[in-house]
Design a protein around this ligand. Structure first.
Ligand SMILES: Nc1ncnc2c1ncn2[C@@H]1O[C@H](COP(=O)(O)OP(=O)(O)O)[C@@H](O)[C@H]1O
Ligand SMILES: [Mg+2]
Length: 330
């Protein structure tokens, strides 16, 4: 049963789908594990565990949404994502919050009890400036207050009269928080360099990389909101090698998908390693993380997918370079 998964087992499952981001995987796994134990009440009554909502900080296309989705799937929990900026565009935030809970119930197959143990991923919370209300929307601050209520576990009365208990819903917030590193170097005081550069140095580095709630206030988060996100972890910009691995390694990697599609027609697809490097380099230029990989790969495959059905004798497709036409051979 998924509720018995140990943190290391959760990480192992995440590794099948998400490349890199090891620190974030560990933090998510440990937090989810604790969350499960809390729900299962395996901790003695006297100790009341409070829930640890999570803040994922990372550049666009680095895997924030993918990590949350995969986590929910592994643990078989209902999952919804919400865009904080679109919440700020509506006038009635309360209605939107209720809509989120309804979507969660839907994802739980209509079972409210299951929905009340789901995961809600709120993306782009770094765009919720406290002031700066949009002309016809709600202010970022009122959105934060509305979210805060359900993050704290307040019961919500749904329009159909039912009560929805948010105590055990885990909230994961995401954002790019561009410029955070500049803030961190300014606000951190652990400037002391130890002599050996060994473990002490590592601990210092970790403390220096630690994001404090006050650092988040510079992005317009109100203190109460930042305070409700006690677990903060960061995803890193994906390197070229990681992008190459994303194209080929995950269980549903795009290369595997196209291989499977062509195999159904009895055709073998072989793409040279150089091609993956070229695609990764192009993706880095596009500055959208792993997001642009799929589009580049699909574009490269268009001519192949067009030609193959017309030529039943083709058994093999070889691509040596992104800048050379694919070779189709019998
Ligand atoms: N670390 C990763 N490992 C595997 N695939 C990734 C990774 N990061 C991003 N991707 C791919 O890029 C797409 C966009 O990633 P996403 O998780 O939506 O990024 P973010 O939410 O950080 O902006 C995903 O659908 C996935 O295919
Ligand atoms: Mg995302």
């Amino acid at each position: 049963m998924s509720s018995l998964l140990k943190p290391s087992e959760i990480v192992a499952c995440l590794n099948d789908h998400v490349i890199g981001q090891d620190a974030a995987k560990r933090v998510l796994a440990v937090t989810m594990h604790a969350h499960y134990r809390r729900m299962a009440q395996v901790v003695p009554d006297q100790v009341e565990l409070t829930k640890s909502n999570i803040l994922l900080i990372g550049p666009t296309g680095s895997g924030k949404t993918l990590l949350c989705e995969t986590l929910a799937r592994i643990l078989d929990l209902p999952f919804v994502t919400v865009d904080a900026t679109s919440l700020a565009q509506t006038q009635f935030v309360g209605d939107e919050i209720e809509a989120i809970l309804h979507r969660l119930i839907e994802r739980a197959g209509g079972d409210p009890a299951r929905a009340q143990r789901g995961i809600v991923f709120v993306d782009e919370v770094d765009k919720l400036r406290a002031a700066g209300a949009a002309a016809h929307g709600s202010s970022g601050e009122s959105v934060q207050h509305a979210l805060l209520k359900i993050m704290e576990g307040a019961p919500v009365r749904l329009r159909d009269g039912r009560h929805f208990d948010t105590t055990h819903i885990l909230f994961i917030c995401g954002g790019a928080f561009v410029g955070l590193d500049t803030i961190l170097t300014r606000t951190h005081t652990f400037g002391f360099i130890s002599t050996g550069g060994g473990d002490d140095q590592k601990i210092l580095e970790r403390l220096n990389a630690r994001v404090k709630p006050t650092d988040l206030l510079e992005f317009g988060l109100i203190p109460e909101f930042a305070g409700r996100l006690p677990v903060v972890t960061r995803l890193h910009e994906l390197t070229r090698d990681m992008l190459v691995r994303i194209l080929t390694e995950p269980k549903n990697a795009i290369y595997r998908q196209f291989q499977a599609m062509l195999a159904a027609d009895g055709v073998t697809l072989q793409v040279a390693p150089e091609v993956f490097r070229q695609i990764a380099e192009l993706a880095i230029e596009y500055k959208a993380g792993a997001r642009s990989l799929r589009g580049i790969f699909e574009e490269m495959m268009t001519d192949v997918m067009y030609a193959v059905p017309d030529q039943p004798t083709i058994r093999r497709v070889t691509i040596r370079s992104l800048f050379e036409p694919p070779q189709l051979s019998p």
